[in-house]
Design a binder for this molecule. Sequence first.
Ligand code: F0G
Length: 466
Amino acid sequence: MPLSDFAFQRCISPACGYTCGVEEVRVACPQCGDLLDVLYDWNRGAVPKSLRWFEETWSRRHEPLRFSGVWRFHELLPFAKPESVVTVGEGQTILHQSDSIGSFVGMKPGRLYLQHEGMNPSGSFKDNGMSAAFTHARATGAKRAACASTGNTSASLAMYCASVRTIKGVIFIGSGKISYGKLSQALDYGALTIQIAGDFDDAMARVQEVSRDLGIYLVNSVNPFRLEGQKTIMFRVLEALRWEVPDWIVVPGGNLGNSSAFGKAFAELKALGLVDRVPRLAVINASGADTLYELYERRGLRWNGGQANMSIADHYFKELDQLGRKANTIASAIEINRPVNLRKCLRALDDLQGVVRQVSDQEILDAKAKVGAGGIGCEPASAASVAGARLLRDQGVISADERVVCILTGHQLKDPTATVAYHTTDQEQFNKVLGSRGVRRASFANRAVAVPNDLGEIVKAINLYS
Ligand code: F0G
């Protein structure tokens, strides 16, 4: 049975144009090695005339298809038949509006929004993409699924394996690079966890080899079906804004899957006439893992209609190798120097008039503390979006009355070590965990107060500090 009558895969390089069916399991074009897109012959699909149509489907949420925040937009990612979707109820996430975080960023009241993708079942945005990848994996008969991960992809993969039960999970992680919250999930859900001596970039290179050699289904974001699921983050943002397009989407950049998916989502909505304009895109790197910033803002690498001068990137990667420079940031989720979706992200930056910025670990952790104090909370990598929005406000690129949506990619509890180290009273511990990363001050620390076990002293402390 075909997966879909009107979906197909195509190489993103216009000069190549290789096309194949969605039954094929590929993570690169067999002709030229570029990335693949999942595309649709929309004329043969059932695309609604207005995005408002999706509001009605929510009233049918007893159906698994509509219960999922990914699959209730099935008409906009129809690569699989409704009865074959894999879902654990992912994507039931919320757009928060916050004036306290907004004022930290420098926005006027009512203008800063935060899309909290940490509220997914495994605690990060990855579930959006993983439900799409697992739908494809199961429909194509996969028995094993693998990924390299800084933690969240592996947690999500492990959860879906445990849920579908017919697919065994194999995850590759770098040594000492994964936060305990994330590692605990992979172990608890029962995935085979392979810790290699190296960092994420090493693990990513290895998992691609191993998947190819052993025929294991790869679920990193080189998998084009992953990105179909991640498009729905933008659909939910639009829905929460009553289908009005915001001025800016600000997202952390690691392997660049999200930014690529967001670009594709808006390009498709525009082509379908479902939105009349698109937002601008800001991708935020950590300064210790700033490949996109370096290539896009400093060395002028552009999509250029698909003819991007990739020798600029090749040259840069050689420099990194010669210097032995590895990615290094407290935001371990985005500690990546060789983003696999670089070319798709260049296309998204072109489609959405994008900008790229880098923020320091200090700025990330300060922004994270503000997101926490704003009552929302997120993991360090997610706060890069807020720190980046603040920087763009300072630079006057974003103006105070524009409508800005920052994506919070992962839950606060994913990486408690970084949070506790930031807030701790113990300067020695603070320096041990964060000092080596160039974080010298915890500007918004909420320090624990040590008091003797004595009622009078406790009362005194409460009166003093509250
Ligand atoms: N934020 C979080 C919390 C992440 O886990 C990741 C990526 C990103 C941002 C970057 O997103 O790759 O779409 O640019 N984490 C991957 C992982 C690499 O293995 O969990 P991207």
